[in-house]
Design a binder for this molecule. Structure first.
Ligand code: KG4
Ligand code: ZN
Length: 335
């Protein structure tokens, strides 16, 4: 049995986890500097980087301890670490720590793509899941549709042409004065509003599997400025309905084209209540399994990074100790 320590520091979460090759999570620890960024409307890279520096060692120690491992000489087979995409200063803190641990414990380093990590989240909750799976990967920086045929075997079949879904949530929330991150407060507020009080244009109605969210965000702002009487809850509800409608419309189109056993959602926006309900519904309509991970598994964590690392390790694909971070590492370039 292989056991891997995963480390994740691509954004505001400092995370470490221990996972084995049967996709069992032995421990998963996540610390976040999110409260420090709340009033800035987004993650401040310098603050995030500094927080990782002070948090990384205690978080790794906590993950090893709660997995029942010897902190000085843990019985692990590799250290997997996010090497991109993400904030360069944050990535470098995790990468430097991972290299130091790998060197001192004499185990291989595995550089992992953060987006590939998200694709492993459903597997950690359903280790025997049936393939292929269509995954809607929706986070603060990315929105894409991925066709997965096995762990680590994936093809990007659709992508946003401008903003990510989470970015649209964050921008609309900022405009409404709801702070960062914007997804959770808009999700909550939408539950109290009337989506039909504001008609928003439907974007990306074409036949392709791509997305666009920048027009939707601008339409919300324009409508809100024109009608100052509109309640924030109604704006949130209308925006959420349009955003989820676009995501599910493209997922439906993909389900019509690809013969799969299941659909999955992954990434921070997968925590959205309306999206979770819509995808569960869609899966039932197509008679496929819906993989809707727990909230903790949707947002950034290191268990998913350890899992991706395990799949690379199984193929002997380890990284050199001089591996560097790539803030723009595309999922399409993951081999
Ligand atoms: O995957 P993630 O934790 O970090 C990135 O890799 O980007 O995703 C963070 C994003 C943020 O844009 C946040 O607003 C969004 O996920 N998010 C949500 C919800 N919870 C988090 N968006 C919509 N509804 C939510 N409930
Ligand atoms: Zn993420």
């Amino acid at each position: 049995m292989s056991v891997v320590l995963g480390i994740e520091t691509s954004c505001d979460e400092t995370a470490a986890a221990v996972v084995d090759d049967r996709w069992r999570v032995h421990s998963s620890v996540v610390e976040s500097s999110i409260a420090e960024h709340h009033h800035f409307g987004g993650v401040v890279p310098e603050l995030a980087g500094r927080a990782h520096v002070t948090t990384i060692v205690p978080v790794v120690r906590a993950a090893l301890e709660s997995a029942g491992l010897d902190v000085a000489h843990p019985a692990i087979d590799a250290v997997a670490v996010t090497a991109g995409p993400g904030l360069i200063g944050s990535l470098l803190v995790g990468l430097a720590a991972a290299k130091a641990y790998a060197l001192s414990w004499d185990v291989p380093l595995v550089a992992v793509n953060h987006l590939e990590g998200h694709l492993f989240a459903p597997l950690l909750e359903t280790p025997d899941l049936a393939w292929p799976v269509l995954t809607l990967l929706v986070s603060g920086g990315h929105t894409m549709l991925v066709h997965q045929t096995a762990p680590g075997e994936h093809e990007v079949i659709g992508e946003t042409i401008d903003d990510a879904a989470g970015e649209a949530y964050d921008k609309v929330a900022r405009w409404l004065g709801l702070g960062y991150p914007g997804g959770p407060p808009i999700d909550r507020l939408a539950g109290e509003g009337d989506a039909s009080s504001l008609v928003l244009p439907v974007s990306m109605t074409g036949d392709d599997l791509d997305f666009s969210f920048s027009g939707l965000k601008s339409a919300v702002v324009r409508a809100g400025e024109k009608r100052p009487d509109l309640a924030h809850a109604d704006i949130a509800a209308a925006f959420q309905r349009a955003a989820v409608e676009q995501l599910t419309r493209k997922l439906r189109r993909a389900l019509e084209r690809y013969d799969v056993a299941g659909v999955a959602i992954a990434g921070g926006v997968a925590a959205n209540s309306a999206l979770r309900a819509a995808v569960t519904d869609l899966a039932a309509q197509f008679g496929v399994v819906a993989h809707v991970p727990s909230l903790a598994m949707c947002t950034d964590n290191a268990a998913m990074i350890a899992a991706a690392g395990l799949s690379h390790l199984a193929r002997g694909a380890t990284s050199a100790l001089h591996a560097s971070a790539d803030p723009n590492w595309s999922l399409a370039d993951v081999s």
